[in-house]
Each structure stands twice: as structure tokens, then as C-alpha cells.
Design a protein around this ligand. Structure first.
Ligand code: NAD
Length: 428
């Protein structure tokens, strides 16, 4: 197995970043201090430890998380991540971002996140299935289609979701089992999944960029972009951008950093990586460079689509791109953002830029609830409509208040949440 690229430890944690973003926005926009106190904490933090039998007969103990941040707007919603460095504070930060994201997209959901602290590459498929099923069993009724609805995230996919749905449904009485299919979204199309859910997040990233250029009277054709992370989000964003004539000139994953000024053939790269446990290393259609040189590559657009806190004070000044489209959650820390904004770079914030995924999830959930099946064209149109509305709203507020896109997105998301609290009040 190739050695993983381990980026230098971030100066701040994702949790620091999200709490900082919350306080700054609330302060700068004069929002009620009570709201800050409510939203700065998570409603529930669930930690489970569970045993699983390995292929060689050994028993290993695993640690899993599910953090439910806020549900004033509806059931908790958010992905599950399998990663060796996953900590409770990461899950808390990611859950908070989900609350803002679902609110900004106008969805009837709150925010949650979770996962298991493992390196999935170290386990066989059979082991991963048993780990996933035991984790689901350990969570029990802390998740549910009207309570908390997980989805895929880093290192989890539609297969993971199918195992979760099957395990959860198996614990219910036979009479009602099929009513619980939508306990997770991001399932395979053959078992209740949504046509197009696989590409929804990357499509949203592409759409935000297209709308941004359109608002400037420009097109995507001819624009040069680089992508960090060649997984679900990185691949699909690249796929759609290239379809509109943009050129992928640099790509980095956990194993290698590749460049080609003439453009990297994204479908060939996908074919190369699939049989190599999704590693892009050794691709012949590009040249490999040192990973430290990735962010300083010459380009128009940078798409971080891997992990959090990748853009920091250590590398932000070397970034050449004028547009940063945050496919990943929390890829830019506070200091990195300051440096980028100081030179008038545009950051399309994660809670807007990667919201295509949760919007797709919402349509899958609705489809399951109503017993309907939609065509991929219908789905993509629905996603496009919702993202376009959110993008236009954020751009409008940014212009009107003369603020950056992240602050505008937070303003809209937090205002919706504040309004719900005003109507409902605090029990008792
Ligand atoms: P994925 O597991 O499919 O892909 C992750 C990619 O990041 C892989 O190519 C991996 O090699 C790369 N990577 C990991 N560590 C790296 C490192 N240190 N340096 C460079 N590359 C590294 O995950 P994904 O689903 O594409 O998610 C990527 C990001 O997008 C995450 O931040 C996730 O939270 C966010 N996101 C995903 C979705 C979704 O629908 N999948 C939705 C919203 C946000």
C-alpha cells in the first residue's frame, strides 16, 4: 500500500474554525447573544464502543460517534465518516456546519455528523460490513427517518448506506420494516437510492462556479482549475467542469499530486484509480510533483475536496487561484481565509458550495417517504433549482451588505434558525 500524504497538523481544529465563524458572524451582524449560546453547543453527543469479529477470529473494539447539533428546523441530517483521525470535536464541527447548510438550502432538517475512528483501507470488505452493522446496532434508535438520517461522507459510500439501512430495518417488526428505508440517504439506486445522488455534491460545486462566472458575464470554458481530493466530490465536480470546457491542470489525493498544463483526462484518471483502491498515483497522463507544491499551482479556480483545515496561514499566501470553491467541509481556517479575502479572492463557502449532496439526500428521503421514483433528469433539475436559489440569495445579501460570501451565507442560515426559535420559543 502507498504511504498516505499526511498534511501537517492544522494550527486550529475544525471545531475552533466553526465556533469562530459563528461568533464572528453573529457579532458583525448584530444577532442576539442568546442565539449564539444555543447554537454554540450540540444537543446530543453519542459515543459508542462496540466489538467486531475480524476475519482471523480476533475481536477488535471500535469507537464510533454521532453528534446531533440542532434540530429546530427538522430531523438531524448529516454524513458518516470513516477516518483514523476522527475525533468527537471533528464530528461536532461537521454537525454544526450541517445545521447551517440545511438551513441555507431551505430544507426541513437540522444538523448532525458522525462516523468511526478507523482507516478503512486496513479492513476487508467482510470486516467493513460487520463494523458498519455493529455500529448501526450500537446507535440503535438514536437514528431514525424522522429523528436523525445519516448519509455518506469521507470513506463511506452507497454500500455503507445499504448495510446501515438493512441492519436498521432488520431490527424492526416485519410489518413496518419497509417504512424505515429512509433512515439513511445515499443508498444504491437498486434499494431506494436516488438517481443522481452520487453526483449531486460535485454537480453543486460546478453549478456554483457556473453561476458565479455567469454573474460576471463570463463562462467556464477555458478556465483552469485544480482539485484536492479525487473522491466522490472531486471527481464529479471535475467531470461537470470539464464538460463545460474548463481544464483540470492539477489534482492531489492522499497518495500523489499530479499536474498537466494541457489538461488531465478525468475519466481516464478515474479508470486508473478505481482498481488501485482509489489512488491516483502512477497515472501516465500527468506528471507527479511534491505534494507541498499543490496549492501554489497556477490556476483560476481551486477546489479543496478532501479534508478540513487544508488552507491555512502556512499556504494561503501562495495560492494563485482567485476563486476557491469549497467542496470539502471546513477546508479553510480563519487565518487562511483572512489572507485570501485580503487580496479579494472569492471563497464560495462549503455550506453553499457542497450543499448539492444534502439537497440530493432530501429528495431521496422524500422519494422514499412518498413511495415515488424519479428520473435522473427530474432529480438534477430539482437540485439545480434549489442550489440556484441559495446561490442567488447569498450573492444578493453579499452585495447588499457588502460582505463576503461566507458571512452572507451564515447570515441567511442563522436568520432562518433564529426565526424558528422566535416562533417556537423555548420549552417550557
Ligand atoms: P471521498 O472519500 O470520496 O474522497 C476523499 C478524497 O480526499 C480522496 O481522493 C482521498 O485520497 C483524498 N484525501 C484524503 N486525505 C488527503 C490529504 N491529506 N491530501 C490530499 N487528499 C486527501 O470523500 P468525499 O465524499 O469526496 O468527500 C470529500 C469532502 O467533501 C469531505 O470534506 C466531505 O465532508 C465533503 N462533502 C462530501 C459530500 C458527499 O456527498 N460525498 C457532501 C458534502 C461535503
Amino acid at each position: 500500500m502507498n504511504k498516505l500524504i499526511t498534511s501537517s497538523p492544522p494550527a486550529t481544529s475544525m471545531y475552533d474554525t466553526v465556533v469562530n465563524q459563528l461568533s464572528q458572524t453573529m457579532e458583525s451582524l448584530g444577532m442576539a447573544p442568546d442565539m449564539r449560546r444555543i447554537l454554540a453547543v450540540t444537543n446530543n453527543e453519542i459515543i459508542v464502543h462496540f466489538p467486531v469479529k475480524m476475519d482471523d477470529g480476533r475481536i477488535e473494539i471500535f469507537k464510533g460517534y454521532r453528534v446531533q447539533h440542532n434540530n429546530i428546523l427538522g430531523p438531524y441530517k448529516g454524513g458518516l465518516r470513516y477516518h483514523p483521525t476522527l475525533e468527537i470535536n471533528d464530528a461536532k464541527a461537521l454537525a454544526m456546519w450541517m445545521t447551517w447548510k440545511t438551513s441555507l438550502a431551505g430544507l426541513p432538517y437540522g444538523g448532525a455528523k458522525g462516523g468511526i475512528q478507523i482507516d478503512p483501507r486496513k479492513y476487508s470488505i467482510g470486516e467493513l460490513e460487520r463494523i458498519t452493522r455493529r455500529y448501526t446496532f450500537a446507535l440503535g434508535d438514536n437514528i431514525g427517518p424522522d429523528l436523525d438520517i445519516p448519509a455518506p461522507d469521507v470513506n463511506t459510500n452507497e454500500q455503507t448506506m445499504a448495510w446501515i439501512a438493512d441492519t436498521y430495518m432488520s431490527t424492526k417488526s416485519p410489518l413496518e420494516r419497509s417504512n424505515f428505508k429512509h433512515v439513511v440517504t445515499g443508498k444504491p439506486v437498486g434499494c431506494g437510492g436516488l438517481a443522481g445522488r452520487d453526483r449531486a455534491t460535485g454537480f453543486g460545486v460546478y453549478l456554483c462556479l457556473k453561476l458565479l462566472f455567469k454573474s460576471w458575464g463570463e463562462e467556464l470554458a477555458g478556465k483552469r482549475f485544480i482539485v484536492q481530493g479525487f473522491g466522490n466530490v472531486g471527481y464529479w465536480a471535475s467531470h461537470f467542469l470539464i464538460r463545460d470546457g474548463a481544464r483540470l491542470v492539477g489534482v492531489q489525493d492522499a497518495h500523489a499530486t499530479l499536474v498537466n498544463e494541457q489538461g488531465i483526462e478525468v475519466e481516464d484518471l478515474l479508470e486508473h484509480s478505481k482498481p488501485r483502491l482509489n489512488s491516483i498515483k502512477g497515472f501516465e497522463g500527468a506528471q507527479e510533483i511534491d505534494s507541498e507544491n499543490f496549492f501554489s499551482l497556477d490556476c483560476d479556480i481551486l477546489i479543496p475536496a478532501a479534508l478540513g483545515n487544508q488552507i491555512t496561514a502556512a499556504n494561503a499566501s501562495s495560492i494563485k487561484a482567485n476563486i476557491i470553491a469549497e467542496g470539502a467541509n471546513g477546508p479553510t481556517d480563519k487565518e487562511g481565509e483572512k489572507l485570501l479575502l485580503a487580496r479579494n479572492a472569492v471563497i464560495i463557502p462549503d455550506i453553499l458550495c457542497n450543499s448539492g449532496g444534502v439537497i440530493g439526500s432530501y429528495f431521496e428521503w422524500l422519494q422514499n417517504r412518498n413511495g415515488e421514483i424519479w428520473s435522473i433528469d427530474e432529480v438534477m433539475q430539482k437540485i439545480e433549482k434549489k442550489i440556484s436559489t441559495a446561490f442567488t440569495d447569498v450573492q444578493g445579501v453579499a452585495k447588499e451588505k457588502n460582505i463576503d460570501y461566507r458571512t452572507a451565507a451564515y447570515f441567511l442560515a442563522l436568520t432562518r434558525i433564529e426565526t424558528a426559535y422566535k416562533h417556537r420559543g423555548i420549552f417550557p
